[in-house]
Design a protein around this ligand. Structure first.
Ligand code: ZN
Length: 166
């Protein structure tokens, strides 16, 4: 029997669509979560992680099994697609190591969260990417994403203002 009730997954897509020009803050998932704090929804017959779906939505494709959805905000329940980037296993480990998450317990998310000013600085900086990555404790890949405008798209309007002023 076919149900016409809107699924959680469809709700997720609607929220992302509705809020796509207003996504600066973490978008916290209040529905079901797995033991690690990642939101999960049923899609067809399987459970999918909400942040992976959100990142897939941003790139308009499904993530492959080898691709990881990495948080720039370190907040597992966050599914703001602009706080997420596609990483490989190696870059995720590197990222976690750089952030010291493997050795520091209880550090708040905010410490590693890039503010708008940071993102703009990275975007317009002439410093080499590895140096920027070191400065902000993020991966070189993440720096590339910011500089190519593939991430933090919500800053586009401010970017334009910035460009006009400089
Ligand atoms: Zn976030």
């Amino acid at each position: 029997m076919e149900s016409r009730r809107i699924t959680q997954y469809e709700q997720l897509l609607l929220i992302l669509e509705a809020r796509k020009y207003d996504l600066n803050e973490c978008l916290i998932w209040f529905g079901n979560k797995d033991k690690d704090g990642y939101g999960k929804v049923r899609v067809g017959n399987s459970q999918k992680k909400v942040h992976r779906l959100a990142l897939g939505w941003k790139h308009d494709r499904e993530l492959t099994k080898t691709e990881l959805a990495c948080h720039s905000c370190d907040n597992p329940s966050c599914y703001n697609p602009y706080h997420l980037w596609v990483g490989t296993s190696a870059s995720n480990n590197q990222d976690m190591y750089a952030k010291g998450r493997t050795s520091t317990i209880g550090e708040t998310h905010h410490k590693t969260h890039l503010g708008e000013a940071d993102v703009l600085y990275i975007k317009y900086s002439v410093l080499p990417r590895p140096e920027l990555a070191n400065m902000y404790n993020i991966t070189v890949t993440a720096v590339g994403y910011i500089q190519n405008g593939r991430n933090w798209k919500s800053l586009n309007q401010k970017d334009r203002n910035h460009a006009r002023l400089s």
